[in-house]
Design a binder for this molecule. Structure first.
Ligand code: GDP
Length: 195
């Protein structure tokens, strides 16, 4: 059974032809600052794991962390930086879109959204690229510690309702700070990676 705390950095790739052989992988996506690195670090119980993806030169690469033989967590580049030149942005969007649409070993996507600002146009773009594959999406409404209990419930319901038509999408509250929802998220991802 894949256990996420075994994750170790494996490789970074800049183009689809360099993707490693993989039996199964789960991709983590989210706009910059949504809390993706914190979530990955907490899920793998490795304090610095996902910060590898933030080191200079790695921010536009697809980063692979091996959990088990030929089984990976994949940290996709954070999207949504306004300051990136248009040509760089277009190239990296093309890479993301093709990876999400074409990667056979990809079994599901975890999409991290700041619970205070869920479903941005960029989040919809990721969903629109990926959900036609029919594969699973699991959304983490991150930084939930910043919401009151009633706001938490309301946000969860609203996002679930907005995505109901897509079918294969599940949603949960998550906080790296209070550790809310860590077990729930780990169970989803480990379940997806199971042989
Ligand atoms: P990334 O850019 O999506 O990888 O986001 P990071 O994980 O680096 O987090 C961005 C910022 O949000 C950092 O300052 C984190 O400390 C903060 N942050 C991340 N997760 C949480 C959370 O669950 N609660 C709170 N309050 N802050 C968080």
């Amino acid at each position: 059974k894949p256990v996420l705390n075994r994750a170790q950095f494996h490789t970074s790739v800049a183009q689809l032809r360099d993707l490693p052989y993989s039996r199964a992988e789960v991709a983590f996506a989210g706009r910059s600052n949504a809390g993706k690195s914190s979530a990955l670090n907490l899920l793998t119980r490795k304090n610095r794991l996902a910060y590898t993806s933030k080191t200079p030169g790695r921010t536009q690469l697809i980063n692979f962390f091996e959990v088990d033989a030929d089984t990976y967590l994949v940290d996709l580049p954070g999207y949504g930086y306004a300051k990136v030149p248009a040509a760089v942005k277009a190239k990296w969007e093309g890479l993301l879109a093709r990876y999400l649409q074409e990667r056979e070993a990809l079994v599901g996507m975890v999409l991290i959204m700041d619970a205070r600002h869920p479903l941005t146009p960029l989040d919809w773009q990721m969903l629109n690229w990926f959900t036609p594959t029919g594969k699973q999406v699991h959304i983490l409404l991150s930084k939930a510690d910043k919401l009151s209990n009633s706001e938490k419930t309301l946000t969860l319901r609203r996002v679930e309702q907005e995505l109901a038509a897509l079918g294969n999408v599940t949603v949960q509250l998550f906080s790296s700070l209070s550790r809310l929802g860590v077990e729930e998220a780990a169970t989803v991802v480990e379940g997806w990676l199971k042989p």
